[in-house]
Design a protein around this ligand. Sequence first.
Ligand code: AMP
Length: 362
Amino acid sequence: MTMIAPGQTIGILGDGQLGRMMALAAAELGYKTHVFGQDPNSPAAQVSTAVTIAQYTDEDALRKFASSVDVVTLEFENIPTATLDFLEAIVPVRPGKKVLEITQDRHLEKSFLNSLGVPTAPFANVESLEDLRAGIARIGTPAILKTRRFGYDGKGQVKINAATEIDEAWEEIGEQPAILEGFVPFELEISVIVARGINGDIQSYIPVENKHKNHILDITLAPADILISISEHAVKLAHKIADQIDLVGLMAVEMFVTRDDDVLVNELAPRPHNSGHWTIEGCTASQFKQSIRAAAGLPLASAERHSNAVMRNLIGDDINHWNDILCHPEMSLHLYGKAEAREGRKMGHVTRLFPLGTAPKV
Ligand code: AMP
């Protein structure tokens, strides 16, 4: 069975804000949702039809979950592959195991990209202190050492400015399998969000610029202020990746644009992405709706935007300004229902639209 009709149930692995916005989009299309997560009061659990609270290794819980849904999708790429194998034997999982295997591991991901002719920062696989020394000798400094797996928002990575910092860096990332990357002196960071349907049809959103604060996304400007030729090139790269990885679902492709107008791919995220939140207000169909359409095997919607936009994250205590934001009628406020505003925690976001043809301003 390839197409899941409205009225049926979409299973979502992961229960954060992305799962919440996916569940809301699924509800708009008439689907029920069943979230598999760790917290009964999570952002996604609060808005879903059903919730399973269990570990990803709990086979009884996985079996019951898989039998209660018609397709499984995810809001989080670090699902153990054994869990995906288990689920795929019972119910379709979109995007599937191959996509996740590649995108869970920075070394596999960059090797895959280079095998397609997609440029990345120079990199070296590091499994020991000797590998790290050899990597630095080849790539030079500055460089960034990142854990191969489970890194996000700048966690699990350390910059190496000089060869004297090698031992300390290896210790700092916990002496675990890692990737060493040459430091890219980029002009700006952009991302392209691309959806690919079950029949191989593709829709992608306009490239956007992402500005970070303390390694966490702060602001997204849609569209990115780049030459049309660079924008078209970035979109072409994203389409190529989505095709070659056999994506059925939605994927964010994070990229660096250099001073020489080269575009290097930094990272892939096979799920809705923080830099696509503006699409809720700015486009015919949001990234969340698009991800649900792809997972359900429906035709994709147009990813065309009707407005330009700025999206700002509300991190930690920023959420205390929710009532000020509401006093600005042009601002769209989204809150994720998280009880506790810890430092660095994504609590919500705000989007402001601008007419096409005008520059989005902060
Ligand atoms: P990542 O976890 O790979 O997305 O990295 C988080 C952030 O660190 C990126 O958004 C960049 O701002 C920065 N960064 C990561 N890799 C590099 C690199 N090779 N060169 C320069 N900056 C980088």
